[in-house]
Unconditional design. Structure first.
Ligand code: BG6
Length: 366
């Protein structure tokens, strides 16, 4: 059932090109160059009225929500707040009219997320679920559902569910932009073209997994390490750090690169391993200075950057290149090496990759 893969997690990592294609299937009108959601109640006319969005989720789905915020704000210019579901419920969030709440959940059964979306409903908000399980509790309770169609995910550490949630957010961001009239037709066509190229680009990265395995083996005895990045890369780093903690049990922290010097730089010493994600053109120079800051304190840095960013190569110890795409979409590519790093580190340590200690795939208690 693992199709020749050693673990479900590895199988699911390699299933991502197909999973991402499935998330897009039937949702792009290639003649009109538009996003369509045939089953959504939220028509473009009603989406036009949305003035505020809350995203609620837990764990990896929460990290997808952080990307969703950037994407929706950038494309559709609607303000978005992202909350950990277990916090949202008790913080007495303010609801204004025309608020849409988006609940993100692979399983569709996470009790905290279900409770948060019920709280939103009680306050008059429409609820849209992004889930991988048709007919799950969250799907049934929501007003609208976007299924991710990634296929069953068995490994506790989520991989293909996360990247397919990102695709769902890209599609939704473009759909909301159509409703709001915030994107011109050429930009939209170019985004859709780059979106559909992502599955092959993921496949390309997976073909170079061996290089990443060597890196993973080199960090397996570390006590702690850092992930740094800015903007979308910071959100992706949080997911990379979670993945590593979940299955290798090595502690790591994902830090907004510009915030390091306000405290955490004190923890960087000779030999500290740092993984720097630098896929955002606008922030590239800033990332290079942050990398220089940690290098000056003795850090050993792996840089993950876009093919062609020669300048960064010179400031890091190791480099991992990902293909070029629009700045909003690099997250799907940047997370692949991070998934592989955590996977191979866990394997090198002899851990139970698919069933890490103390964790469950789906948590149905609050
Ligand atoms: C956790 C799982 O308990 O629930 C995580 O261990 C997962 O991997 C989180 O991200 C949220 O799950 P779901 O199904 O709501 O996306």
């Amino acid at each position: 059932e693992k199709d020749g893969f050693a673990h479900y997690m590895q199988k699911e990592i390699y299933e991502q090109p197909r999973a991402l294609r499935n998330t897009m299937t039937g949702r792009i009108d290639t003649t009109e160059q538009k996003v369509i959601f045939p089953t959504l109640q939220l028509s473009e006319a009603s989406a036009k009225r949305v003035e505020k969005i809350y995203i609620v989720a837990c764990g990896t789905a929460y990290h997808a929500g952080l990307i969703g915020k950037h994407v929706i704000e950038r494309l559709a210019q609607i303000p978005v707040e992202v909350d950990v579901a277990s916090e949202f419920r008790y913080r007495r969030p303010l609801f204004q009219p025309n608020t849409l709440t988006i609940a993100v959940s692979q399983s569709g059964e996470t009790a905290d997320t279900l409770a948060a979306m019920r709280e939103a409903k009680r306050n008059g908000s429409a609820v849209l679920a992004i889930t991988n399980v048709v007919g799950s509790s969250i799907a049934r309770d929501a007003d609208d559902v976007i299924t991710t169609n990634a296929g069953p995910e068995i490994a506790v550490a989520s991989t293909k569910a996360y990247t397919s949630q990102l695709i769902a957010f890209y599609l939704l961001g473009i759909y909301l932009a159509q409703a709001k009239g915030t994107l011109d037709a050429d930009t939209r066509a170019s985004l859709l073209q780059q979106l559909t190229a992502l599955p092959d680009q993921v496949d390309h990265i997976l073909q170079h997994a061996d290089e990443i395995r060597h890196f993973a083996e080199s960090i397996k005895d570390e006590q702690h390490l850092f992930f740094i990045g800015r903007g979308l890369d910071h959100a992706v780093s949080m997911e990379g750090s979670l993945k590593l903690k979940e299955i290798s049990y090595i502690h790591s922290e994902a830090y907004a690169a510009g915030e390091l010097k306000h405290g955490t730089l004190a923890l960087i010493e000779e030999g500290t391993r740092v993984i720097a994600l630098a896929t955002q053109d606008e922030l590239h120079e800033k990332m290079i200075s942050n990398i220089t800051e940690v290098k000056a304190r003795g850090a050993k840095v792996l840089g993950i950057t876009l093919d062609g960013h020669v300048e960064l190569h010179r400031s890091v110890d190791d480099v991992c290149l990902i293909p070029q795409t629009d700045a909003l979409f690099t997250s799907v590519l940047g997370v692949i090496p991070l998934q592989l790093i955590s996977y191979y580190t866990s394997v090198a340590l002899g851990n139970d990759v698919d069933r890490p200690r103390n964790l469950a795939k789906s948590v149905t208690v609050e």
